[in-house]
Design a protein. Structure first.
Length: 756
């Protein structure tokens, strides 16, 4: 931490509107590294000390570090051309040698579906991979920017340049005060004089904001947290920490590599934030008899363990069960885990940009379930546990919006438990957190749950209950919101059934092993449109990737979020979503792109469109035919392909309707050709017409055959086999197949395919 950093409120902010509101800027003017705190002077003139790791809390995000002199002298911005990027450097993880400065990155330059690496300094080869900007929320930066109205501030030392105390000025521009950058403001005062003033230079701020101006937008989740070491830290930084805290006392007992891996695992686990409000059921190490009311009865996490007084011990939580009892349970203490997460929606978890494909809930509240067999198919927890979709399909479980996932067993092979507690139709009375006076007043103060609903409309789904009391009062009460439970049941109701072995273990970081290893030979079998969607937030898409579909490549890297780097025979590397890849026999080896040949290059040099050439080449490649050996053969095939496409677009639908009429017409023309035609020219015309119509009829027959199920030879094919990619079965026949009838490859999964 250094004085001069420009900051905004961060993940653990709890200080109201010290900063004016979210997005308003401040400047670090003092750092206290030992106490892990920093003093910030906000642009509004207020100053205060904030946590930068103290109490394991982080109040601030770093918006810009150019003010402390950070520059990348050998790297230029590929959009605005800035020579020597100032502040953060953003490097595209998909495109080769492509970098942006912070202003261009936040202005959405370049492809928003590409993930980027954030470099905070130029002194270490250290970077942090951030999510693609597409779908990431943005905040507006406000404060002392161009067009802001200002007056003299805390560090003013410029006498009466402004015309005297209480006068206002207008910010004309933000400039560099070298050796720092974006660290001074040019101001025109009401007296007509203009001067420049410090705005972060050496931690000094000469101005105070009277009327804030916009500094554009920023991606909040992409910024570094002040004082926090990212999980993807450099090896040297981790080594220093280990040397000081772990290795020296135990150097003779523990191997360095094991400690390093352990530290990374602990950092990853701490990244998963536990919050009050999570709805839980008994878990794998339960030994507390029927404190919960029995197997399947539900409770709410009320407090997270810490070293603070009146809190549960560390690695423990307190739970209020729906029957009204409250106790403390282990979530890692003694390596034991007493609880499972039934629903984390009441704690605020939601998956923006995703909708349940059954009930259409959007965003999906709580845990998200994604089918591993069907393309882009998602369920909410309610629909998943209610047996929506195919029970023989395996699913990925996403516990939160971090995109970390865990593969669960098939539901058809799993047992279910009935959840019971405060659900619709339960009979309830006031509970441990009741604060609502006599709303329930009656001789028998009980009520009936009418519905489970959000406490508020935006943050915590399934966190409240609508109750109709015996006295006919009707109100909403907390059942999980911020860990509060206002009710307890007299008579529990059913909340449906759940798959116990599919739920996350509270406090335990579960991770499915990556399905690939370094050195695996893999292949992408999806078409371009599907692959583009799969690549969203997983390295992105660029058009050249199309040439590598169906080619074998080697896995050479698996990054922290399990995206796969594949090396091809021509030396090209691409980032892939692992869902887009399938393993192939390692003996097959790498394959060259079918576009990488002398014949193709010569045809392209003749002026043919690359897309037309690629269509023909890839069709031949996917059909398993030998490559073109001559320019003439390839050119002829391109012309045939173009002519066929044109004919189909104008004639196919007509051919289907009037095939019998054309057959009759051909018969009549044949007769006239044999008995009544004497002109050789007429014979040639009739023969040509006959040949053309026969060709159209043959094309129509072939189209029908191509769409036909190759098993029953009756219905249209609509199921694509993965990984081979053959579309040859209808929706009834595919379930009986284990091997593809065409290539005999093992069918790992299937995709429902619609042919327009």
């Amino acid at each position: 931490m250094k004085a001069g950093l420009r900051v905004v409120r961060g993940p653990d902010w709890k200080w109201g509107n010290d900063d004016t509101s979210e997005g308003h800027l401040g400047t670090v003017i003092e750092t206290h590294n030992a106490e892990r705190r920093a003093v910030v002077l906000w642009d509004n003139g207020k100053s205060k000390s904030y946590r930068a790791g103290q109490e394991n809390a982080y109040d601030l995000l770093v918006l810009d570090n150019a003010q402390i002199g950070v520059r990348h002298p050998s790297v230029n911005c590929d959009e605005c051309g800035e020579r020597g990027i100032k502040g953060f450097r953003w490097k595209c993880s998909v495109c080769s040698n492509y970098d942006l400065c912070s202003p261009c990155y936040n202005k959405d330059k370049h492809d928003l579906s590409h993930a980027f690496l954030r470099f905070e300094t130029n002194t270490e080869n250290k970077s942090v991979k951030v999510a693609a900007r597409k779908g990431s929320p943005k905040c507006e930066a406000q404060g002392i920017f161009q067009s802001a109205t200002v007056s003299r501030g805390l560090h003013w030392r410029w006498e009466n340049q402004d015309g005297g105390e209480g006068t206002y000025g207008f910010v004309m521009e933000i400039k560099d005060w070298e050796p720092s950058f974006r660290s001074q403001a040019g101001v025109l005062w009401a007296n007509g004089k203009g001067f420049t003033y410090r705005l972060g230079h050496n931690g000094n701020v000469d101005l105070k904001c009277i009327k804030a101006a916009s500094g554009g937008f920023y991606y909040k989740s992409h910024l570094p947290v002040l004082g926090k070491m990212d999980v993807e830290a450099s090896e040297s930084e981790l080594t220093s920490l280990l040397q000081a805290q772990l290795i020296e006392p135990f150097a003779k007992l523990l191997e360095f590599g094991q400690i390093l891996r352990s530290l990374k695992e602990v950092a990853a686990q701490n990244h998963e934030v536990l919050k009050p409000g999570i709805r839980v059921v008994r878990g794998p190490h339960w030994k507390w008899q029927n404190q919960d009311g029995g197997e399947g009865y539900v409770g709410t996490v009320a407090d997270i363990g810490s070293s603070e007084p009146n809190k549960p011990p560390e690695q423990c939580v307190s739970v209020i069960w729906d029957n009204g009892t409250k106790n403390t349970y282990r979530i890692g203490r003694d390596n034991s885990y007493d609880l499972l997460v039934l629903d984390n929606a009441p704690s605020g978890v939601a998956h923006k940009n995703y909708a349940c494909d059954e009930c259409k809930a959007s965003p999906i509240p709580g845990i998200r379930w994604k089918c591993s067999s069907c393309f882009d198919y998602h369920l909410c927890s309610h629909c998943y546990h209610s047996n929506k979709h195919e029970l023989s399909h395996t699913f990925w479980r996403y516990d939160n919006a971090s995109n970390k996932r865990f593969k669960v067993p098939k539901r058809c092979d799993s047992s279910k438990v009935e959840s019971k507690g405060i659900f619709t139709s339960a009979v309830v009375r006031r509970g441990p957190d009741w604060k609502w006076g006599d709303q329930d007043a009656a001789v028998i103060p009980t009520g009936l749950i009418l519905s489970i609903k959000p406490w508020d409309s935006s943050e915590s789904a399934n966190s409240a209950a609508e109750v109709l009391w015996v006295n006919e009062n009707q109100n909403t009460y907390r059942v999980g919101h911020q860990g509060h439970v206002d009710l307890k049941f007299e008579t529990a109701a059913s909340g449906g059934h759940y798959y116990k072995d599919h739920l996350p273990i509270l406090g335990k970081t579960e991770k499915s092993p990556c399905e690939f290893q370094i050195g695996d030979i893999v292949r992408c079998c999806f078409d371009v449109d599907l692959l583009k969607i799969l690549q969203d937030n997983h390295g992105g898409w660029i058009d050249d990737m199309a040439e590598y579909i169906n080619l074998n490549g080697k896995v050479v890297q698996i990054d922290s979020d399990e995206d796969i780097v594949v090396l091809y025979n021509d030396g090209k590397k691409w980032y892939y979503n692992q869902d887009a890849l399938s393993k192939v026999d390692s003996r097959t080896g790498l394959t060259r792109s079918p576009m990488d040949s002398d014949v193709v290059r010569k045809v392209l040099e003749l002026g043919f469109e690359r897309q037309d050439v690629q269509t023909v080449i890839f069709k031949r490649f996917s059909e398993g035919q030998v490559p073109f050996t001559s320019v003439e053969a390839l050119v002829e095939e391109i012309f045939d392909s173009q002519h066929s496409a044109s004919s189909q677009s104008t004639s196919v639908s007509h051919t289907v309707v009037s095939e019998n009429q054309k057959t009759d017409e051909l018969t009549e023309r044949g007769r006239s050709g044999r008995v009544g035609v004497t002109s050789s020219q007429s014979i040639e015309v009739d023969a040509s017409a006959m040949s053309e119509n026969q060709r159209l009829a043959e094309e129509n027959r072939m189209l029908k055959e191509q769409r036909q199920c190759k098993v029953c030879m009756d219905k249209d094919a609509c199921i694509t086999f993965v990984p081979c990619g053959h579309l040859i079965s209808c929706d009834e026949c595919y379930s009986t197949l284990r091997l593809c009838p065409m290539c005999r490859a093992v069918i790992e999964s299937t995709l429902r395919t619609f042919i327009s």
